[in-house]
Design a protein around this ligand. Structure first.
Ligand SMILES: [Zn+2]
Length: 408
């Protein structure tokens, strides 16, 4: 382990430089710009480091053309079937300030879009694999490196595409993703189902109100039913850790987006609003979806004319912290940082769900602070990039150690 640490430390300049190069490619999503350039940069680096590269281009299931150039890149070190996956996304949310796609170093901090979420993490996971190879750590199995696009918009052209091809998590014994977790380990994430509801009425001048039907009035009745439902599900709490305990509730946000009518003196003929249901890992996506669809159906039977469009769906997932990977990860975080990490549920969505669906434990642990991800002052601490690379390398070494070569 000491030799592995030393090797990771010697790779620190490359970790930093590769993070800066990745940040320099504006792979903003939505809509998904510069994907081909980002794919090329990652592939060139993998080849330069002597690793195999496989590109899995996105193909839409319906055959529609996609011009984004989205592709998953697969690589890895070690041999054999059992695989520990390091998977991360190379898309970033759109910049908040002009010039944010140029990395800027200030002391121990590297500023720029994607430094925390998660191009810094990608560099750390790649060079962790390189350190395993350079130190020639005996591995019973391999580390699979997976670089995906589209995480910020649900994974359609990335992890979901790989899953649809039956290629996600093949022979996996676990998965680790370097999301910005602020030093904690995330072992669970909420699921989501998001609807856009459109209530239809009939337009009329305010003076001829009797000729119209107020879509806003009807929407209020739908919203009242939704709020009652939100109060019911809000009494459910996850057993996964999250502080404060308020945060452990099952959630539903009504009206994140809301729009109605055309002017103050016209009876509105449409009213549109969003419903964002975030379920806990103990809840089932299909059950929660059906409960909401039944509610909408009830409202229709009461004479309300409404349409419902599904904007996104994602299953919740969770892994025990006591799996072999969960234990090793916590041990190695403590060994590297001097402190055992807290284990918590992620407040948002995580691509760990795709791997959990394949039946393996999946966790997030990464160098970035969550508080700055997606914001105008996004940064990552440079010493944290190196620490995380050491954690990843040690975790793989310990988890994949052959019985004949226990790692010390
Ligand atoms: Zn992310």
């Amino acid at each position: 382990m000491q030799r592995l640490d030393a090797c990771v430390r010697s790779l620190a300049p490359q970790i930093l430089e590769f993070t800066e190069r990745l940040v320099g490619v504006a792979s903003e999503n939505p809509p998904g710009t510069s994907y081909p350039e980002c794919v090329r940069l990652i592939e060139e680096r993998l080849r330069a480091l002597g690793l195999d590269v496989e590109r899995v281009p996105y193909r839409s299931p319906g055959g529609e053309r996609d011009r984004s150039g989205a592709a998953v890149i697969l690589s890895g070190v070690g041999s054999g079937r059992r695989t520990l996956f390091f998977s991360g996304h190379y898309d970033v949310v759109p910049v908040s300030t002009p010039g944010q796609c140029r990395a800027v170093r200030r002391g121990n901090a590297l500023f720029g879009r994607g430094t925390a979420d998660m191009k810094g993490g990608l560099a750390a996971m790649l060079y962790a694999a390189i350190a395993l190879q350079r130190v020639d750590v005996p591995l019973h199995g391999r580390v699979g490196l997976v670089f995906v696009p589209d995480e910020e918009t649900g994974g359609r052209r990335g992890s979901a595409h790989l899953a649809r091809l039956g290629r996600l998590g093949k022979d996996g014994i676990g998965m680790l993703t370097p999301e910005p977790t602020s030093g904690v380990v995330w072992n669970a994430s909420r699921g989501a189902i998001t609807f856009r509801v459109t209530v239809h009425g009939r337009q009329a001048h305010v003076g001829l109100m009797h000729q119209g039907r107020n879509a806003f009035d009807d929407a209020i009745r739908v919203v009242a039913a939704l709020k009652a439902h939100a109060a019911r599900v809000g009494r459910r709490r996850t057993r996964f850790h999250l502080t404060p305990s308020e945060a452990r509730r099952s959630l539903m946000l009504v009206g994140g987006r809301f729009e109605a009518g055309s002017n103050f003196n016209v009876v509105p003929d449409t009213c549109t609003f969003t419903v964002d249901r975030r379920m806990n890992p103990e809840e089932d996506l299909a059950t929660e979806r059906d409960a909401l669809l039944a509610l909408f159906e009830r409202m229709r039977r009461q004479g309300i004319d409404l349409d419902v469009e599904t904007l996104q769906e994602a299953r919740p997932s969770g892994a025990s912290e006591a799996t072999p990977l969960g234990r090793v990860l916590r041990e190695q975080v403590r060994a590297v940082t001097g402190r055992a990490p807290r284990v918590e549920m992620c407040p948002g969505l995580l691509e760990t769900r795709f791997y959990a669906e394949q039946g393996m434990p999946a966790y997030a642990y990464g160098p970035g602070p969550l508080s700055v991800a997606h914001g105008p002052r996004e940064f990552v601490r440079i010493d944290r990039l190196v620490e995380c690379a050491a954690v990843y390398a040690r975790t793989a070494a310990a988890l994949l150690a052959p019985a004949s070569h226990p790692v010390r």
